[in-house]
Design a protein around this ligand. Structure first.
Ligand code: ZN
Length: 348
């Protein structure tokens, strides 16, 4: 499928602060990223890089990066050309320069395109780069061609699952009611693959709960929960917290402590204590065995540079002790994704 076959106004892979979603239009806490904010995080990044210079003795698997090439002839469905922060090639050479000095030894690529051919485009890159220990592709479980596509990709061990949720203009809530969608997710689970969710909202949390009811054998990874906008009405907030607590009881559901950094008055606090309450909530709900590290690079550049984001979560999990930090930075992701060890420095 080429660009022409794609709906004109897809939702981006992630709704960043500079990309106001329809629902968030009047939310004053959602700050627009401008060039000054972005440059200010550069200073913080240098400071964070210095703090991180003594690499943690724990190897890190980064479970959420995106790769795309804005210079390729067919273009990219995301990011948009007008995006001055993200619209440039995000390929492994650029990622390696940032990540390797910080102790990252492996990464999982998460789809950034609904074009079918891009599943293979990413796998071809992964074949040549052993820093990639897996990819999460983009297939639509409700489509008649899904089974055949799955049968093809499952042969490549680097293909670890698919992402689905609030993106690419799809209606996750409606699809859960379709038997063919649920059958597709069962096939995904039977292939021992994972479903990553996208762009958390209270409704998505409720949807995921329904999916775990219908397909209990499917491992699910919840992305970027710290970015959720909690309901302001007490009854809705209560329902959301109850759904999240129930999801937390389900052992096959993992959650990425990703997308944590926030801009406050033009600056990004890089001390984890600023974010402690947010991460504590996830810790209390999912526990130390089901929290996973993911940077969301390069989309994370909309909030802060990579070292700043890493410093925040590293500070939090180092304070929890070595065992918890090891689980967060690689052991839990091995359980969730069953990623493929390809280099001697990747843990086992
Ligand atoms: Zn992402």
């Amino acid at each position: 499928m080429g660009p022409g076959a794609f709906p004109r106004n897809p939702l981006p892979p992630e709704t960043g602060p500079g990309i106001r979603s329809r629902k968030r239009g009047n939310d004053k806490t959602v700050l627009t990223v401008n060039r000054r904010t972005f440059l200010a995080t550069g200073t913080a990044a240098a400071a964070s890089r210095a703090v991180l210079a003594a690499p943690m003795s724990i190897p890190i698997i980064d479970c959420h990066i995106h790769i795309f090439d804005t210079t390729r002839k067919q273009g990219v469905p995301w990011p948009e050309k007008k995006d001055t922060v993200l619209y440039k090639p995000a390929l492994m050479d650029r990622y390696r320069k940032i990540a390797l000095p910080l102790g990252i030894v492996g990464a999982i690529e998460v789809e950034a395109s609904p074009w079918f051919d891009d599943n293979q485009w990413v796998l071809d890159i992964a074949a040549k780069d052993k820093l990639l220990v897996g990819t999460i592709g983009d297939l639509e479980p409700e489509k008649p061609e899904f089974r055949k596509q799955l049968d093809t990709f499952v042969r490549n061990k680097l293909f670890r699952g698919i992402r689905y949720g609030n993106l690419w203009g799809r209606d996750f809530t409606a699809n859960i009611g379709k038997p063919e969608f649920i059958a597709g997710l069962k096939a995904l689970a039977d292939a021992d693959l994972v479903m990553d969710s996208a762009n958390p909202t209270p409704r998505l949390i409720n949807d995921l709960l329904r999916v775990t009811d219908k397909v209990p054998s499917l491992r699910i990874v919840l992305d970027h929960l710290p970015r959720i906008e909690k309901p302001s009405k007490p009854a809705e907030l209560k329902a959301y917290m109850s759904d999240l607590a129930e999801l937390g009881k389900r052992r096959q559901v993992f959650a990425k402590v990703s997308g944590v950094a926030r801009t406050v008055n033009g600056k990004v606090p890089d001390d984890y204590t600023f974010y402690k309450a947010t991460i504590d909530e996830m810790w209390d709900i999912f526990g130390e065995d089901r929290l996973i590290y993911g940077s969301d690079w390069p989309n994370s550049d909309l909030w802060a540079e990579y070292p700043v984001e890493l410093k925040i979560v590293r500070g939090y999990f180092e304070a929890k002790g070595r065992t918890a930090a090891e689980k967060y930075f690689w052991k839990n992701s091995l359980a969730a994704y069953k990623w493929i060890r390809r280099e001697d420095n990747q843990p086992k």
